[in-house]
Design a protein around this ligand. Structure first.
Ligand SMILES: [Zn+2]
Ligand SMILES: [Zn+2]
Length: 135
């Protein structure tokens, strides 16, 4: 939120609400889910406004976008930097994977490839505990 203020973007109540909602959501919501949760409070908002705001927040590194070729993009506002994720292949729930290998991984890839790494993506796919129970 501080970056929005620094760059003098208008901190509309709607943008603040979206940032708060993103920071409080641990399921990595999609734009459609965010719209659903905000539309009662902000009846004038539209899915397009949500997308535009998410893109703005992404450019400011206030939110991490996870893109999927055959599913909606998902957003993480509490950790706006690359980190490993666990994705349930049945209910599409996404949670953060609590492993610490990512930082060493980036250093190692940088050293071995001489690439200047600007980001990475590490997804683990499987069945979440809830979906295993209902099998
Ligand atoms: Zn699941
Ligand atoms: Zn995450």
């Amino acid at each position: 939120m501080s970056k929005l203020r620094e760059r003098e973007y208008r901190l509309t109540p709607q943008r603040v609400a979206l940032l708060r909602l993103l920071a409080a959501s641990d399921g990595h919501p999609s734009a459609a889910q965010l719209y659903d949760r905000l539309k009662d409070q902000f009846p004038t908002t539209s899915p397009g406004t949500i997308y535009k705001t998410l893109n703005l927040l992404k450019d400011l590194d206030e939110v991490l976008e996870l893109g999927f070729s055959n599913d909606d993009n998902r957003y993480d506002g509490s950790k706006p930097y690359p980190h490993p994720h666990l994705i349930c292949i049945r209910c599409q729930k996404i949670v953060d994977a609590e492993v610490s290998l990512a930082q060493n991984l980036v250093q190692e890839v940088t050293r071995q490839s001489s690439y200047q790494i600007v980001g990475h993506r590490l997804d683990f796919y499987g069945l979440c505990p809830d979906c295993q129970d209902s099998q």
